[in-house]
Design a protein around this ligand. Structure first.
Ligand code: GDP
Length: 464
């Protein structure tokens, strides 16, 4: 097996082709340099340009991050809310607010990171919701965590905040058509309820204006990356960073790493259910139909036929992740009671069943992270539509999953039950429906070739 071989030879690439930098204290985060050992699929190679850009970003973070004189000056400007107080011209900041489930938080952080790479800003992550505990520090000799005492009370920022970019445009506090003084900060509201004005953020002329604002505070639980490529401004830089467009999250996601567990499972099935829902026989049927139709799991014998052991009886380990245990128990007993028609041995495992989604629980989040990670180590992945939990797993693992379509009616199995995703990159759930060039409502899946609609959400956008 490849991973064992790589481990024995010690030839695995612990720096993931330059995504990670050498020189961190290994004890500060074991998973950082060990993650390459767990993966059979070594993942895609980052471009040399991305690697050099990451090194430049690390240097920028060191020059401008909390603790530096530049940071104090910039903070002073923010406190006084006055452009005439001199800031730090070379240090502009993006503060990314962390909220919602773990998958959402990871996608939002990765998208914020890409935005800082494209705009030469310093990334500061809101440490709430255990972001400080669940992730390793990505930047050596500095911190990416926003320290306590930040003057803006961003917890309360919402669609109504007067300093949101959308509201400032609407109220003509800032204008793209005539020169206007840029404020010291803007709140970027890209939540699911963002307005058309908020989403003008994705247009080049608005990006030019935003470049003059030293502090941006962004709230999103979405993977906004496809939106950043709808207008042309970032195309060239993004193509240099990511010659393969759909690897954006794959590379950025792998810059951070988790506390992991080791496993050699091959098939991952992510069953995203919500705490209050009853167990659904229709969803179980959708799982079996999907996996058997596409050869992910073997058909079962109906009863009396003898098992004919083939020349190479494979064993299939199935990793199920879900808040509930009912689905994996049913799958387990199916393959226990009726051997697989192919003679393959199927074993089913589920690491945890937390029953309900919890907020602010460290051990709950750590289990979720470990399970996302384990899913990413599988060879074939089956996911549930609309779930950022599954998106993170597919992106880290370089996997195009079988996505189980969202049923219109919970008691009816969708036909077909699932389809293979067009790329591994996550779906942007609430994209703009606006063409920046035509200044008109438009089908944003048709504007640029690398941004297409998602298979699990017809109006969503993803990179291909
Ligand atoms: P999404 O809501 O499906 O987009 O995914 P998120 O990860 O953002 O939020 C779902 C949260 O519910 C996770 O972060 C976990 O806290 C919890 N959760 C959902 N499904 C699972 C699961 O299969 N295993 C574990 N351990 N937690 C889960």
């Amino acid at each position: 097996d490849g991973s064992v071989l790589r481990r024995q030879e010690g030839s695995f690439d612990k720096l993931l082709g330059g995504l990670l930098v050498d020189g961190f204290d290994e004890k500060s985060c074991h998973s950082r340099y060990q993650s390459s050992m767990y993966r059979r699929n070594p993942g895609r190679k980052p471009s040399p340009y991305l690697v050099s850009k990451l090194r430049r970003q690390e240097a920028l973070q060191r020059r401008c991050s909390p603790g530096t004189a530049a940071y104090s000056t910039a903070l002073e400007q923010l406190r006084s809310d006055n452009r005439s107080v001199t800031g730090s011209p070379e240090c502009k900041y993006l503060v990314s607010i962390s909220y919602n489930g773990l998958g959402n938080r990871i996608l939002a952080a990765a998208a914020a990171f890409l935005y800082t790479l494209l705009t030469d800003r310093v990334l500061l992550i809101d440490p709430n919701n255990e972001m400080d505990e669940l992730f390793c520090e990505p930047f050596p000799n500095t911190t990416w965590l926003l320290p306590p005492g930040f003057p803006l009370n961003y917890f309360s920022f919402s669609i109504d905040t007067p300093e949101s970019y959308g509201n400032m445009l609407k109220n003509k506090v800032v204008r793209t058509d005539v020169a206007s003084d840029a404020p010291v900060y803007a709140y970027i509201h890209l939540n699911y309820d963002a307005t058309q004005d908020d989403k003008l953020f994705f247009c080049d002329e608005d990006q030019r204006l935003l470049q003059n604002i030293p502090w941006l505070v962004m709230r999103t639980d979405n993977y906004i990356v496809p939106g950043l490529l709808l207008d042309r401004g970032y195309h060239e830089e993004s193509a240099r960073l990511f010659p393969e467009p759909d690897t954006v999250f794959h590379h950025l996601g792998r810059c951070y790493d988790a506390y992991l567990a080791t496993a050699q499972h091959r098939v991952g099935i992510q069953v995203r259910v919500f705490g209050g829902q009853p167990n659904s026989p229709a969803l179980l049927e959708q799982i079996t139909k999907c996996t058997q139709k596409h050869g992910v799991l073997p058909e079962r014998l109906s009863g009396t036929e003898p098992v004919v052991p083939g020349p190479s009886r494979k064993s299939i380990a199935v990793l199920v992740t879900s808040l509930k245990s009912w689905y994996s128990e049913k799958l387990k007993s199916m393959y226990w009671e009726h051997a697989a028609a192919t003679g393959e041995a199927v074993s089913v495992h589920q690491p945890s069943h937390e029953e309900f989604q919890q907020f602010g629980s460290k051990s709950h989040d750590a289990k979720a992270w470990a399970e996302i990670y384990l899913l990413s180590l599988t060879d074939t992945l089956v996911t549930t539509a609309w779930s950022t939990f599954g998106y993170v797993a597919q992106g880290l693992g370089d996997l195009r999953p079988w996505v189980m379509y969202r049923p219109e009616n919970n008691s009816v199995v969708p036909d077909p039950p699932c389809g293979q995703d067009v790329s591994m990159d996550p779906c942007f759930h609430s994209p703009p429906i606006y063409d920046c060039r035509l200044k008109n409502v438009a089908d944003t899946g048709n504007i640029v070739p690398q941004v297409k609609h998602c298979i699990d959400r017809s109006w969503g956008l993803k990179l291909e």
